[in-house]
Design a protein around this ligand. Sequence first.
Ligand SMILES: Cc1cc2nc3c(=O)[nH]c(=O)nc-3n(C[C@H](O)[C@H](O)[C@H](O)COP(=O)(O)O)c2cc1C
Length: 319
Amino acid sequence: MGAERRRESASPIDMSVNVGRARLRHAVMTASGTAGHADELAAYGALDTLGAVVVKSLSIMPWAGNPAPRVHPVAQGMLNAVGLQGPGMDAWLRDDLPRLAARGADVVVSVWGRSLDEYRDVARALANGLGDGPHPIVAVEVNLSCPNMNGHGIFAHDADLSAAVIASVVGEVSLPVWAKLSPNTDRMVAIAGRVRDAGADAVTLINTVLAMALDPETGRPALGNGGGGLSGRAIHPVAVRAVHDVRAAYPDLPIVGVGGVADGWSAAELIMAGADAVQVGTATFADPAAPFQVARDLEAWLRTHGYRSIGSLRGLAHR
Ligand SMILES: Cc1cc2nc3c(=O)[nH]c(=O)nc-3n(C[C@H](O)[C@H](O)[C@H](O)COP(=O)(O)O)c2cc1C
């Protein structure tokens, strides 16, 4: 009996999950913008053990980003205004994707644009670049937390714009499309419904929370850009609420939870709130091995608490 229980508790827990059409080998991924564009984290763990490497958002053109300083530590988190620096989709497909493929990583490619046309163009460049050959990309994550250059504010704060972007990306790629939403609006739940209706396979919740810190010597903003986005443990309860509310409104919409995940419990909490999978972002700046550690911690947490699968934990808050 005792030996049987020991065998049972040592048996592996199935950590694979489905996020819509995407089958992930593990429920824990990296978060966009916190794990580089390619295989930067390979020195800290095996990329092929993660659910996916989610790369920093790419645009149709190379982009220089914001002036320094771009990050600033705050209590329980950090502020950033990196400004979406990147090599552009064509250079990424040529230089970075092969490095991820060589590591056996599954990849989620994040895209951004300043206009509907730029979102369509970056999705088209991706589809053209991949052609019909084999590739490791399991989904396209559309970062909607970008200002619209036509002056309508942040895409993710506007249901019509968000739906239009998702429809145009879905029109270009046959891959699953995830819509990454912003928590800085009281319409996030409604917008989740609109992007689903526009063809999104899943929503990724949440991007950073609008924030600012001042330099005590000058009284001026600490970040070169002025304002920035708050991330890390400080925003974890915001992410739990967002995932919970979207899951309550749309029981069948796949959700990727992100925000302040740093250990087994914070990952489990997002899954209990309704997420199908989670991403680890800011924790990676303190410890580049964090995504791998959280992946192990989540499995240990499930085992310790008597769960045999992610599925039995998912959405527990709603039962
Ligand atoms: C330095 C930095 C850069 C980021 N860059 C991106 C990005 O390019 N695209 C994106 O969708 N989210 C980006 N994010 C947001 C994260 O992916 C994540 O949604 C957010 O930080 C909350 O998760 P966390 O608390 O685990 O960091 C960035 C976050 C940080 C801290």
